[in-house]
Design a protein around this ligand. Structure first.
Ligand SMILES: NC(=O)C1=CN([C@@H]2O[C@H](COP(=O)(O)OP(=O)(O)OC[C@H]3O[C@@H](n4cnc5c(N)ncnc54)[C@H](O)[C@@H]3O)[C@@H](O)[C@H]2O)[C@@H](O)CC1
Ligand SMILES: [K+]
Length: 499
């Protein structure tokens, strides 16, 4: 699913108005109806509704929603925040219609701000995507009152005061909703971790804006949905055999961290790889052979760390269809040498994670040695070591895009809504996963999954988008079964399902 800028969304509205064609007022009615359908499916008539409306089209939506809810027998108090002398045309129309049906309260100064009670649901329709400056004065006071109230808060389209795709200044006053119901498409702000307080649980509702126009509008931001992922997943031919699904090599583990290698290996096998070889320090040999009998084990000559000096002769690197390195390997100088040699010999895109990333961050000449289109899977701290500290989530997205594009890597920046930046400058945000997955080992699982997908011949960008989505979906299934708190990385592996 595409994420468009405010400007593009405005052009999309305009195109729909002219080409469907539909009168702006009817489009507003459609938006209000879609919001009302969402609302009535969740909140019953026992909860009094208080709608705060601004004077633009977001306020117009609020007035139309008030009318629709009153017609459905909800108890509604509408408050218009009169912060400016002028109203939009569609606001005025909806204002006239609502006045025929109910009384409207006007907030012209701070004294007019009502007391909001716990049982109420506040619908925030003060400012929408037309926000052009930081909130101040009366609007700020109303937003403060909403934020200090015990009521449930639902934002129409976007929380009042929040910019949809640019950074808010420091100390901005912004509504902190429990829910945001956006029209047609999600907004970039919804996907950024530091803005989550101003978004809450978010949903989008279809208001019938032109699909054709959305399709041909260029964007660099995407939100991965179930539907898109279904297109990526390949089905298996009845005549296929284990050779059809590649032979992966994982270089993992060190003394005390062989578990990371076990998790990556199990996840790799649960993700459809044909054959798996695993290189571990000698101390990991029996552990791996016992806990992952499906894998072949290549012990390193060193007892505790990976050095790349095999104990016995090993197959050439180019016999493997994909290589993954990093989980649990540590940062010993001998392991750095192993990584250096590995990067010099592997010609295909590979998966690079954890301590392999930390080693590269400290030895920056290695960046140029990484095969093009490789998948790097840093968490934010590792990514910061690899690049620089950022000043905001928007700054972070810029750094991410530039780093991926300049080096021609696929960079999977892990976190809520994991962001995947590609060599062509696009960023894909993931939609699956939950906070229960913030536990040791889930990153190792992802490395195993991605290596398996590369080994099966998936293009690196597709592998990253698909693998991250399925990793999160398995985490969601596991959380359904066990709850988020008790979730372990092994549960995620067991919950993987590729159909
Ligand atoms: N354009 C369309 O066809 C549709 C628009 N819809 C609604 O329209 C909204 C956008 O409406 P508008 O463009 O009228 O804008 P808003 O309703 O978001 O804002 C109204 C006006 O407030 C002023 N303003 C900006 N920042 C301010 C601030 N900090 N303090 C005080 N005033 C400020 C601006 O002059 C702006 O035009 C969307 O968020 C959505 O809710 C929906 O009705 C769906 C259809
Ligand atoms: K709003």
């Amino acid at each position: 699913m595409k994420i468009l800028t405010v400007e593009q969304t405005r052009a999309l509205d305009q195109y729909t108005i002219e080409h469907e064609p539909v009168a702006p007022l009817n489009l507003m009615e459609r938006a209000a109806q879609a919001f009302t359908d969402w609302y009535t499916a969740r909140f019953d008539k026992n909860r009094p509704v208080r709608i705060f409306c601004g004077l633009g089209n977001n306020g117009g939506d609020g007035l139309a929603i008030a009318r629709l809810l009153i017609q459905l027998d909800y108890t509604v108090q509408t408050c218009v925040v009169r912060y400016a002398p002028r109203e939009s045309e569609d606001f005025m129309h909806n204002h006239r219609r609502l006045k025929l049906l109910a009384s409207i309260k006007y907030i012209e100064s701070e004294q007019d701000i009502p007391v909001i009670r716990p049982k109420e649901v506040v619908i925030d329709a003060i400012l929408g995507s037309g926000l052009s400056r930081t909130t101040e004065g009366l609007v700020q006071s109303v937003i403060d009152a909403i934020n200090h109230s015990p009521a449930t808060v639902v934002a129409v389209d976007i929380a009042s005061g929040l910019f949809a795709d640019t950074a808010n200044g420091p100390n901005a006053t912004i509504v902190q909703p429990d829910y945001t119901v956006a029209f047609q498409l999600p907004k970039l702000a919804f996907l950024l971790p530091t803005l989550s307080l101003y978004v809450g649980e978010w949903h989008w509702v279809d208001i019938g804006l032109s699909r054709a126009y959305i399709e041909r509008t260029p964007t660099t931001y995407f939100y991965t949905t179930d539907q898109e992922v279904r297109h990526l997943l390949r089905t298996r031919n009845r005549f296929s055999h284990k050779g059809s699904f590649g032979h992966a090599l994982l270089l993992v583990g060190s003394y005390g961290k062989i578990g990371a290698g076990v998790l990556a290996s199990r996840a790799c096998l649960r993700s459809g790889v044909g054959l798996l070889s695993v290189q571990v320090p000698r101390c990991g040999y029996e552990i791996l052979q016992t806990s992952v009998p499906e894998a072949m084990c290549q012990p390193d000559g060193h007892l505790h760390i990976l050095t790349g000096q095999p104990e016995v002769e090993q197959p050439e690197l180019d016999t493997f269809s994909a290589v993954g390195v990093g989980p649990g390997i540590g940062t010993a100088p001998e392991t750095l040498e192993m990584l250096r040699k590995l990067l010099a010999s592997v010609k295909k895109p590979m998966v690079i994670d954890a301590d392999a990333i930390n080693l590269i961050a400290k030895n920056r000449d290695l960046i140029d040695k990484i095969p093009k289109n490789s998948i790097l899977t840093p968490h934010p701290k590792e990514f910061e070591r690899l690049t620089r500290r950022w000043t905001s989530d928007y700054d972070k997205l810029g750094i991410l895009r530039d780093f991926a594009q300049r080096n021609r890597f696929v960079v999977v920046l892990k976190g809520a809504n994991t962001a995947i930046a590609t060599p062509d400058g696009t960023t894909h945000f993931n939609s699956t996963g939950n906070p229960g997955m913030s536990t040791g080992g889930t990153g190792d699982v992802l490395t195993g999954i991605l290596t398996a997908l590369l080994a099966q011949g998936y293009d690196p960008v597709e592998a990253a988008v698909l693998g991250v989505f399925e990793h999160g979906r398995a985490g969601d299934r596991a959380a359904d079964l066990r709850g988020q708190i008790g979730l372990t990385a092994s549960d995620v592996i067991e919950a993987l399902r590729w159909d």
